[in-house]
Every structure is written in structure tokens, then in C-alpha cells.
Ligand binder design. Structure first.
Ligand SMILES: [Zn+2]
Length: 355
């Protein structure tokens, strides 16, 4: 080394590293060789999402896997580091939709087949970038066995697992409350919902008793949801409401009789102590509805607009519907009062729309 007087003063990775990596790969140094007499050492790479390029976190993660893989390979163990990429479908879909929007096109405009084509193009582009980034990092994974989570083998394996679970009775389908984003048109896990405090109101609405003489006042932060109400819940120890339990009240605007049920869950000190039950659109109401066999009535379409169960409010957006419901209740003399009220509203972490 000391004899080479022409050596550059600084190390230039560009001149060296690509060449070395190419040689490693060409020689088949990373290809796993099965030896049934020896204990194998294997790592399945947590596949990076094809939503974009790799970042420093991936570099760190790759290093942690590469070091033990190289150690075991050099010890002579049959060693496999299985590389791959993850489709991350919802996040990737958002990216593709954003890209289409730059050309003024929506996914509905181009249709499913064309959209899938765009998705595979995206995968080729970003999957390719990720692979070249990993090669730059020097990762010694077995590229001959590379997988993608949507490739035929993985898709078949997923189907098989789900069918097996279903056949064993371990998974089933049923109506449950989910977080739904009306813009992304997808369910969101609890971890994907971000809560933000919004200045809003508490609307007090009177639900008349069947004889029209009396009635129960409920308080709500979302008056438009009353169209989907299938009951009113009160605390069994609340003396104000004892006489209503087991009877019906009339749901205003829809003129539907709905039962008054007693449930310990109801907080006597919040609002009026009587809670309107919208089991299809509130998780707590859903739980109470299960206990009292209340009907679960969905009033929103997938895009958040009101559906046919909303009667004459069908087709309105939730915001428009709220305005009209409040106006109509005022006209009927059933809007008792409006209070200022701050509350936490769940929003989609991808697009910030109210879920
Ligand atoms: Zn969204």
C-alpha cells in the first residue's frame, strides 16, 4: 500500500463499492446453499414498503441483519437472508392517487384495470429504486429468491391461511363498528385515527313520548346522526327517567317509535343523562345496542353522504344534513338549546378527513 504513490488522498466509494458489490453478486456469494446436515441460519427481511425510497432507518435495520448473516455465512452455516418488498396497498394507493391528480385524473376515471396497471408500474419504479439502494448499502441478501408481497406465491399463501382459519372457525364475519375514511374509502385501524380538538356545539333535542304529553331531552355533538337512532338509553338509577324505561319515545323528523332502555354505562351527570343511541355510528352505542337488541341502522354511504335510511335527507353530505336537521328541529320546536362544546374528533391520519 505504501508503495502506491498514485493512490487518491481521499477514499471515493463510487470508484470501489459498486465494483465490489457486482463481484459479490456475480460470484453467487449470497445465494443460500442448502446443507441438510447443518443447522441453517435464516432471516426474512422485514420487507420495505414500496411507497417511496429507503431512509436512514432502513440503513440501520439492514446493517443489523447483514452483520449476523455474514457471520453465519463465514462460519460455514447454510445461510439465507430472504429479501423482498411490501405492497402496503392503502398507503401506495394514496401515493398513486396523488400522482394521478397531478394529471387531473381520478382513480374512478381510469377504472380498476387501468389503476392496477398504474400500481404495477409504481411497484416496478419504486421496487427498483429500493433494490438499488439496498445494493448500495451492501446488503448480502439472496436476490435469486426475492419476493414481493403481492406476487403469486405470497397471494396464494395468504388465501390459504385465511381459508384454514375460517375452516377452523377462528375467523368469522359480523357487523362491527369501524373507523371509516369517506375520502380514502377504507377502514382505518385505531392507530390510524388522529384526534383533534374541535370547537363545536352540544345540541339538546326533545324526543316526545308516544302520548305527546311528555318527552326526553337528549344532548348530542352530531345532530344529523339522530336519523339513525334506534333507542334512548338512561341510567337505571336515574329517578328522572324511571317512568320512561321500557316505553317508546318518538324520533322526531323520522316519526319512528324507539325504545327507552336502562344501562349502567350511561353517565347521569353528562348532558341530560339521557343518551340517544346510534348503534351504527358510535362505538359505545354499538355496545349498548348489543346488550338491549337495538336495531343497527346505517345512515351513511361510503362517501359519507346520507343514504336511503335518512329519509328526505338522502343524498346530503353530513354537514348539509346537520344544518337541515337543526333547522327542521327548530321549526318543530324540538330544539331545546345549543351550547358551546369542545370535543375530540377522530380524523384520518392520511388525509385529515373526519372519520
Ligand atoms: Zn383518508
Amino acid at each position: 500500500m505504501n508503495n502506491n504513490m498514485n493512490m487518491d488522498k481521499t477514499y471515493n466509494p463510487k470508484d470501489i463499492e459498486n465494483k465490489i458489490y457486482e463481484e459479490w453478486e456475480k460470484s453467487g456469494a449470497f445465494i443460500a446453499k442448502i446443507d441438510k446436515n447443518k443447522k441453517p441460519f435464516t432471516i426474512v427481511m422485514p420487507p420495505p414498503n414500496i411507497t417511496g425510497q429507503l431512509h436512514m432507518g432502513h440503513a440501520m435495520d439492514s446493517l443489523l441483519q447483514d452483520a449476523p448473516i455474514r457471520y453465519h455465512r463465514m462460519k460455514g452455516d447454510p445461510t439465507l437472508w430472504l429479501p423482498g418488498t411490501d405492497h402496503a396497498s392503502i398507503a401506495t394507493e394514496v401515493k398513486i392517487v396523488e400522482k394521478l391528480a397531478l394529471d387531473g385524473v381520478t382513480k374512478e376515471d381510469i377504472g380498476r384495470e387501468e389503476f392496477l396497471k398504474k400500481a404495477w408500474e409504481w411497484k416496478e419504479e419504486y421496487g427498483g429504486i429500493i433494490n438499488s439502494q439496498q445494493r448500495k448499502l451492501g446488503v448480502s441478501c439472496d436476490w435469486s429468491r426475492e419476493r414481493f408481497t403481492m406476487d403469486e406465491g405470497c397471494s396464494k399463501a395468504v388465501t390459504e391461511v385465511f381459508v384454514n382459519l375460517y375452516n377452523k372457525g377462528l375467523i368469522y364475519k359480523g357487523d362491527r363498528m369501524i373507523n371509516w375514511c369517506p375520502v380514502c374509502k377504507t377502514a382505518l385501524s385505531d392507530a390510524e385515527v388522529e384526534y383533534e380538538e374541535q370547537n363545536s356545539n352540544l345540541w339538546y333535542i326533545k324526543y316526545p313520548s308516544e302520548d305527546g304529553i311528555d318527552g326526553i331531552i337528549v344532548a348530542t355533538t352530531r345532530p344529523e346522526t339522530m336519523l339513525g337512532d334506534t333507542g334512548v338509553a338512561v341510567n337505571p338509577n336515574d329517578s328522572r327517567y324511571k317512568k320512561f324505561i321500557g316505553k317508546n319515545v318518538i324520533l322526531p323528523l323520522m316519526n319512528r317509535p324507539i325504545p327507552v332502555v336502562a344501562d349502567d354505562y350511561v353517565d347521569m351527570d353528562f348532558g341530560t343523562g339521557a343518551v340517544k343511541m346510534t348503534p351504527a355510528h358510535d362505538p359505545n352505542d354499538f355496545e349498548i345496542a348489543q346488550r338491549h337488541n337495538l336495531e343497527i341502522l346505517r345512515i351513511n354511504n361510503d362517501d359519507g353522504s346520507m343514504n336511503e335510511n335518512a329519509g328526505e335527507y338522502k343524498g346530503l353530505s353530513a354537514i348539509e344534513c346537520r344544518k337541515k336537521v337543526v333547522e327542521d328541529l327548530k321549526k318543530l320546536g324540538l330544539l331545546v338549546k345549543i351550547e358551546d362544546h369542545n370535543h375530540n374528533v377522530g380524523t384520518c391520519y392520511r388525509c385529515s378527513t373526519t372519520v
